[in-house]
Design a protein around this ligand. Sequence first.
Ligand SMILES: *Cc1c(COP(=O)(O)O)cnc(C)c1O
Length: 395
Amino acid sequence: MSQHLMNTYGRLPVTFAKGEGVWLWDDQGTKYLDALSGIAVTGLGHSHPKFVQALNVQASTLMHVSNVYQIAEQEKLADQLAALSGMDKVFFCNSGCEANEALIKLARLYAHQQEIADPEIIVMDSAFHGRTMATLSATGSRKVQAGFEPLVQGFVRVPFDDLEAVKQVAGRKNNVVAVLVEPVQGEGGVQIPEDMNAYLKGLREVCDENGWLLMLDEVQSGIGRTGTWFAFQQSEVMPDAMALAKGLGSGVPIGACLAKGKAAEVFTPGKHGSTFGGNPFACAAGLATLEIITQEKLRENAQDIGAYINQALTDVFKGNEAIISVRNAGLMIGITLDRPCADLVKLALENQLLINVTAGNIIRLLPPMIMNKEEAQILVDKLVSVINEFLEKKD
Ligand SMILES: *Cc1c(COP(=O)(O)O)cnc(C)c1O
């Protein structure tokens, strides 16, 4: 491996050379099943022919101009995202942390417009919002923050899926301006609120009573992965603002900050911007992604295949005390073990299966949204055999 890469990742010893559908091949020609999608990015699978075609057309027409000009592809993608989400306005950036950074700036600007000089945003335990200074400060993980002090001020932390804790903050602080929450926590270990509708509805009510913005980080859960375009659409609640990224460009970097009503009117020229954000190429990738998800009914598929995998794993591990729980929101699937299982990632790789472990003891699966039943069964069979091998080794 090159000695010229900064030491920011503990990388696995494999280099992929090509991909097709749910499959990847390394530079030795070995074939792997991809149950991670580059962490919820390549929802269309690899080398989707229609996606490749759309990128080819756009690359050979216009890649980049500047946001000092009007950009047709950006306008079209904003219109479509607004229609799908019910939000009013969109700001485009290039990643998830930038989308959240935009939410944080939006909330602060909104507060200052109301003469709140020291605004605070309520964030959650085990949340993940990114690696920039503001978003790592909003993140609920000491591992992500350690060494980067002083952190950005202006965040109040409460336990996830705990409405009472949020209400208590409302009782003791008058400078709160927003709640920022992932409807389903991803990095935090595929944590799904016990009753998502009740939780989001409760948050909506507290926000309305106190004049706060309800801001959702759907960077991982958005763009069809949980079975609806956005996870919040499985509730009766509309947020004031939302962050998107990961699946939106199917591998082409793009992020988006969406806002509704009064939140949509906060930014004015000069308050925020991005050189690359919303360029024709990235927006063409977003447009092609939305079109293919619709045409191929991939939201429905995410729902079906997610339920199928959950059921299959639940059946296999019934009565197995090492498996604490199996849960899913569409194709965000979490399996909690009774012991640390980071070693499973390498063991799975040796068995030509790509998975992830978060929060120490939680296996996270984020399969491509194009996965069919046969492929899902191969995933289940491979995973069960790898987990069993792991459990035998450690016992
Ligand atoms: C991945 C992720 C981010 C950060 O996205 P980047 O593109 O890596 O900056 C933020 N929030 C959530 C929920 C994520 O899953």
